[in-house]
Design a protein around this ligand. Structure first.
Ligand code: FNR
Length: 358
């Protein structure tokens, strides 16, 4: 399949005047809403905008590269599509369309455990793309350890290069915009990568299934791929993970404000984690990044890469794989210009001295 083959089957309607505006209201609430009063959801975006660039002049580099180094490899861009569940609700191109469009533009992809496409199909779609970004698999540890191991092995066999263990969603916050809008998954909804059904029922009944540090240690020892932890906000947790050798990377994330409300914006949490980790493993960040400018801010704060969520869902919903490709293309062009205007040759040279808090 190529991005051209995925020419959209959905005609954009006049209702699509805002991103993802063509989606049914309950589905839009699921994709774009958050938990509680959505304080965290709003804080994420606003916090990046409070950081101003303080560029250096008269040192425009002769060359610009958007490449980064991550987990011992060089990649064309500093961004990956964040793991996001149920993308088939946004567009029939779903995860394969997102992965292929991302690969053609040098972006990476983290496939969700709750994807609606078998992980092998997604891997096959991108593997022929020479300029693609990283391909990682996100793991929700549902079921038994043997089931996680089986799924991790499936991902490794299919060509995924790392596992992303999401640690910030052991239980669901009961009040979400999606729930208020009456969102429910259709019956017989495809979830071909789920190791076991997600724990459900009363709060008390799901507590026993929540992952703990000893599970991370077990996975790290038994998984066939490098392991990143996604959803770390407290510097003490970052220190534990790195001091005890439990991960190959950390993703500072508050799940896009979808799980626990009242969390700090990721832009506010990032500096303390970067300081705690002291470059021993790469730190990535997601949440509220809405432009290449926001990405420059995140990289200048010390993130080695970023994950992007809702902007990609909006693009996918509005124009399928082609719209996703065009979003990434625009961001990459902008990133090149931003690096030049900041006086740096590549993302790795961005530095906190280029930032000023408003
Ligand atoms: C998510 N996110 C998420 N994270 C994860 O680890 N596994 C998952 O299955 C999902 N599913 C999911 C669905 C939807 C609709 C959204 C919007 C998000 C969280 C995601 O990976 C990421 O942390 C945030 O989306 C980043 O914030 P922005 O860019 O959406 O603001």
């Amino acid at each position: 399949m190529t991005v051209a083959d995925t020419a959209t089957t959905r005609t954009p309607s006049a209702a699509a005047s805002r991103p993802g505006g063509s989606l049914p209201a309950a589905v839009a609430a699921y994709f774009f809403g958050g938990a509680g009063r959505e304080e965290t959801l709003r804080a994420n975006e606003a916090a990046w905008q409070r950081l101003h660039l303080l560029p250096r002049v008269l040192r425009t580099p002769a060359h610009i590269s958007t490449q980064i180094q991550l987990l011992d490899r060089t990649w064309p861009t500093p961004w990956l599509a964040a793991p996001m569940a149920h993308l088939r609700l946004a567009h029939p191109h779903a995860e394969t369309g997102l992965a292929l469009a991302s690969a053609t533009q040098g972006a990476g992809m983290v496939l969700s455990t709750q994807a609606t496409t078998p992980l092998e199909d997604v891997a096959r779609a991108v593997q022929g793309e020479p300029g693609r970004g990283p391909l990682w698999f996100q793991l929700y540890p549902y079921g038994t350890r043997a089931q996680w191991q089986q799924l991790a092995q499936r991902a490794a066999d299919a060509g995924y290069e790392a596992l992303v263990l999401t640690v910030d969603a052991p239980v669901q916050w009961p009040q979400t915009r999606a729930r208020a809008a009456g969102f429910a998954l259709p019956t017989d909804w495809p979830q071909p990568n789920l190791p076991a059904p997600a724990p459900q029922g009363t709060l008390q009944s799901v507590l026993a299934a929540a992952p703990r540090w000893e599970d991370v240690a077990w996975l790290r020892a038994n998984a066939p791929l490098p392991l990143l932890l996604k959803g770390v906000l407290h510097p003490d947790d970052a220190r534990t993970a790195v001091d005890e050798g439990l991960c190959d990377g950390l993703i500072v994330s508050n799940h896009g404000g979808r799980v626990l409300d009242g969390l700090p914006a990721t832009a506010a949490a990032l500096p303390a984690i970067v300081a705690a980790v002291r470059d021993r493993v790469p730190v990535l960040v997601d949440g509220g990044l809405r432009s290449a400018l926001d990405v420059v801010r995140a990289l200048a704060m010390g993130a080695r890469g970023v994950l992007i969520g809702r902007p990609l869902i909006a693009a996918l919903a509005d124009g399928g794989a082609q719209a996703v490709a065009s979003l990434w293309r625009q961001w990459r062009d902008e990133l090149g210009a931003l690096l030049a205007l900041c006086g740096v040759e590549q993302p790795g040279e961005l530095h906190p001295s280029l930032l000023q808090s408003a």
